[in-house]
Design a protein around this ligand. Structure first.
Ligand code: BGC
Length: 380
């Protein structure tokens, strides 16, 4: 009896120390899970939280593979959530602009909602004027993924989804796998792989909306951004690339040196007008096929820095121009115009209709492989 009491007290002490973050004040790194909500058919959806040894936390749900929160320290070590989103699943089930979601099968737009492949024409749902945006009406962002917790060197979450032949108009049974891992240098790594049993097109990305000052904390116009791109793909009035690769020299699209997002966002420029700000694909300067630096964003106030590295050829820089304050996010905060920016690593929009762009065709026997890293740090 005495022995039992003693053991339980020790266990209790251990549990309390663990919950408080560990004796040496080092957070318990790992992965935890809780129920996030319920789908209309009663299916339970989970929220997984990855924590690293620095105490950085990333929460992801298996509904749409959505990154729900990213909590990273500012220059004084104060943690803050730097992505837009909601507190519960129901808000994600209502109409919302892809906050944090996995996008597939095709990130960004396909012109006139159709493309030709091997002589056949594939018709897609037009959900953005005449075009098909982010995989159609029921894209990967609205699918329930199968989750598997990985407890290796770093906490990670594997999500898999089988997209059936013909889903949203795309050919081939496509098996997609996305692994989110959180490393101890405060980097969220996203590894995408996929295979198909018929020729198809594919362009996967993540649609996180960042505000390095903290979500709901004003606009992002004073953030400084560097984009490692010498050209971009100009768009028409429906945001479809014209096919041209235009040099950024002398345009509001030259971010090769850091400049504030707001400096030229309302410039008297046709491209800026089409996008209502920035909503453009940049052609990244790459060195080889491995991860290379695509962009760096700094918030002078909080000191938070976000670096984006990717294996992809393109980067969609979108400045939340369509947010208008009507969506209330975490804690009921309204998300106003330009209250976040997206850096969506990708192949170029409308590539299936632009033979001169890098190909997005995936064939049986091939494995689609892309990786992107969102790495957080602070500046003085
Ligand atoms: C697109 C924007 C769109 C936003 C939300 C971005 O990837 O480029 O035009 O409004 O996603 O759907």
């Amino acid at each position: 009896m005495t022995y039992l009491t003693c053991t339980s007290s020790i266990l209790l002490v251990l549990a309390v120390v663990g919950a408080a973050g560990g004796a040496a004040d080092q957070p318990n790194s790992g992965i935890s899970r809780r129920t996030f909500g319920k789908m209309a058919d009663g299916k339970l959806i989970d929220l997984y939280t990855l924590t690293n040894k620095q105490g950085m936390r990333v929460a992801i749900t298996n509904y749409g593979g959505i990154v729900v929160s990213i909590v990273a320290p500012d220059r004084n070590g104060k943690p803050g959530d730097v992505v837009l989103g909601f507190d519960n699943l129901d808000a994600y089930l209502a109409k919302e602009p892809y906050f944090g979601a996995l996008i597939g099968r095709y990130g960004n737009r396909i012109g006139n909602a159709r493309f030709k492949l091997n002589g056949g024409e594939y018709k897609l749902p037009a959900n953005d004027g005449p075009n098909s945006l982010h995989g159609g009406v029921q894209g990967f962002d609205k699918r329930v993924w199968t989750a598997r917790e990985i407890r290796g060197e770093h906490p990670a979450l594997e999500l898999t989804y089988l997209s059936k032949d013909g889903e949203e108009g795309y050919p081939g049974n496509l098996s997609a796998k996305v692994v989110y891992s959180l490393t101890d240098d405060n980097a969220l790594k996203i590894d995408y792989t996929a295979t198909t049993d018929k020729d198809t097109v594919l362009n996967l990305t993540n649609h996180s909306y960042f505000n390095l000052a903290g979500e709901g904390n004003g606009n992002i116009l004073k953030h400084q951004i560097m984009i490692n791109a010498g050209s971009f793909t100009p768009i028409d009035g429906t945001l479809i690339p014209t096919g041209e690769l235009r040099k950024v020299d002398g345009t509001p699209f030259d971010f090769r040196q850091p400049v504030s997002i707001g400096a030229r966002i309302d410039a008297d420029d046709e491209q800026i007008k089409y996008g209502k700000g920035y909503d453009h694909n940049f052609v990244l300067n790459r060195s080889g096929a491995s991860l290379s630096l695509a962009a760096r964003v700094t918030d002078p106030e909080s000191g938070r820095v976000l670096e984006v590295l990717t294996t992809q050829p393109g980067l969609q820089f979108y400045t939340g121009n369509f947010l208008d304050g009507s969506i209330h996010g975490k804690g009921g905060k309204p998300y106003g115009r330009r209250s976040a920016f997206c850096l969506e690593t990708q192949h170029f929009p409308d590539s299936p209709n632009k033979p001169s762009f890098p190909s997005t065709v995936l064939k049986p026997g091939q494995t689609y492989r892309e990786s992107t890293v969102y790495r957080f740090s602070v500046s003085k």
